[in-house]
Design a protein around this ligand. Structure first.
Ligand SMILES: [Zn+2]
Length: 487
């Protein structure tokens, strides 16, 4: 392979008269095209990298020490955020706000659990979120309590979100720094291009500014953006602001599409599935209203949560499609996936749209996806990180059949892999190894070959965002983005 400037100028078995000074000896290593991570969260990855990381801790004492050390670098109006708190690694007893109040009674401190569904707050953080000592539990969440009924600072689900959302949002400059940091980390892993799958979680226009500034300052990865539907359109499908359509057209980096959530997650029993959760913490009744409207799929029992009614989902997909965008839909449960396929089926060209996760699929759904031709992006690393919670919620049998790589691939569905970082570490090589050798408890007949898994993390990933001419295969003319990490 001959590289000239930024591009692959030639590839072939022999090259006439190479200048010896230009020859690079790989010393036996294999050179691979750089990875493409087409479903992740770039800004949140960077923001997490800026926070105190507690993954190392093996005792409460170590956490308290690390938080105390970090206090020095927090300015007066700031919050102290930590991530990867995990009490299950040393006995399972949570820290309480009393432990954190001893560090500061004025600076809000929030330790986010590694599972993303809980956190520990000190009293200042609870006060900042207007939560009283005897606050009743919010819908969809709960507060941990001392024996006398007062809050102990442990926050679950919606209670955790409530407090997290009260923390100050980062400035454009902080966001820019975070994106650059995420770009560094991902480039070190051999990734050259990544899609942010939910741009607009803080403030859409500020985030777009931050991505542009990061690019101008030499972000080490190329970024593609998928904007949250509700940040772009109003309920009636008109643009959120009069100049939105124009503003989005001249955005750099490129906007690749619109993101919609169709359901929740398996771990919290909120993915919309057929049948029941075995360890159900929510009942199937949440679905009854939507299920009545859902046409053919309603004879079966369903559980979990749809984010939108089927009619509303159809409408949202139609509007984003009509505005010219590729639509990427988060759908985990098999019931939800049927409704997403219904929505795609109504469009003139479903094949340009994306299904994200599709964790539970039966044969009929795989046939249907193949017929519609839409892209499917899966995250092999989930099988390793969340296997225990899948088994708890779905039982052994359904868990075995999660993420049917081989069946999806063989049906001719354009399958690509991605990480969904920061909820997992997100090294593509971990993803490839897992796709090739699914962990115990997952059907091994759904394994891919190494070549197929690399393809899903490179050229197939690039194709989804229309980048296959530039990235993913090191064909002549492509950008010379590659790595020599051992796979
Ligand atoms: Zn995601």
């Amino acid at each position: 392979m001959l590289v000239e400037g930024d591009r692959v100028a030639f590839r072939g078995p022999t090259l006439a008269d190479p200048r010896p000074s230009d020859v690079v000896d790989l010393q036996g290593k294999t050179l691979y095209p750089a990875f493409v991570d087409n479903h992740c969260h770039i800004l949140p990855t960077g923001l997490d990298l800026q926070k105190l990381h507690l993954g190392f801790a093996t005792s409460h004492g170590e956490i308290v020490d690390a938080v105390r050390d970090r206090m020095d670098s927090i300015d007066e109006r700031g919050w102290l955020h930590a991530v990867h708190y995990d009490q299950t690694k040393y006995g399972g007893v949570h820290l309480t706000r009393v432990d954190l109040d001893a560090i500061s009674s004025t600076t809000p401190i929030l330790l986010r659990h590694v599972n993303g569904h809980a956190s520990i707050a000190n009293s200042a953080a609870l006060r900042a979120a207007d939560i009283g000592d005897r606050e009743p539990d919010p819908a969809g969440g709960s507060y941990g309590r001392f024996e006398d009924g007062t809050l102990n600072g442990v926050l679950f689900e919606s209670a955790h979100e409530l407090v997290s959302h009260r923390a100050p949002t980062p400035s454009v400059e902080e966001m820019t720094e975070a994106i650059l940091l995420a770009g560094d980390r991902m480039a070190e892993l051999g990734i050259s291009c990544a899609s942010d799958m939910m741009t607009g979680r803080f403030n859409l226009l500020q985030e777009l500014d931050a991505y542009r500034m990061a690019e101008e300052r030499g972000c080490r990865i190329q970024t593609r953006l998928y904007l949250q539907w509700g940040e772009v359109f109003r309920k009636d499908g008109t643009w959120r602001s009069p100049d939105m359509a124009e503003a989005l057209q001249c955005v750099k980096p490129r906007i690749s599409g619109i993101k919609i959530f169709a359901d929740g997650a398996i771990g919290s029993a909120t993915a919309a599935i057929y049948g029941q959760y075995s360890g159900a913490s929510t009942s199937g009744s949440a679905l009854s209203r939507h299920a009545k409207e859902a046409g053919d799929h309603t004879e079966r029992e369903v559980s979990g949560q749809l984010i939108y009614s089927p009619d509303r989902l159809n409408e949202m997909v139609r509007m984003a499609d009509a505005a010219g965008y590729q639509v990427a839909i988060h759908t985990i449960g098999d019931y939800s996936t049927d409704l997403v396929l219904d929505a795609f089926e109504r469009l003139d060209d479903p094949s340009r749209h994306r299904i994200e996760h599709a964790m539970l699929l039966d044969d009929a759904q795989i046939d249907r996806m193949a017929r519609l031709g839409c892209y499917c992006s899966m995250q092999p690393e989930f099988l390793m990180r969340f296997g225990h919670s899948y088994r708890r919620q779905l039982g052994e049998e359904r868990t075995r059949m999660l993420k049917r790589f081989r069946s999806v691939k063989d049906a001719g569905i354009p399958l690509s892999f991605s990480s969904d970082r920061p909820i997992v570490a997100g090294d593509p090589i971990d993803g490839i190894r897992i796709a090739v050798n699914r962990p115990d408890g997952f059907d091994p007949s759904e394994n891919l070959t190494v070549e197929e898994a690399i393809d899903a993390y490179t050229v197939a990933g690039a194709r989804v965002t229309g980048d296959e001419g530039e990235l993913g295969s090191l064909e002549t003319g492509q950008l010379a983005r590659f790595h020599t990490r051992e796979i």
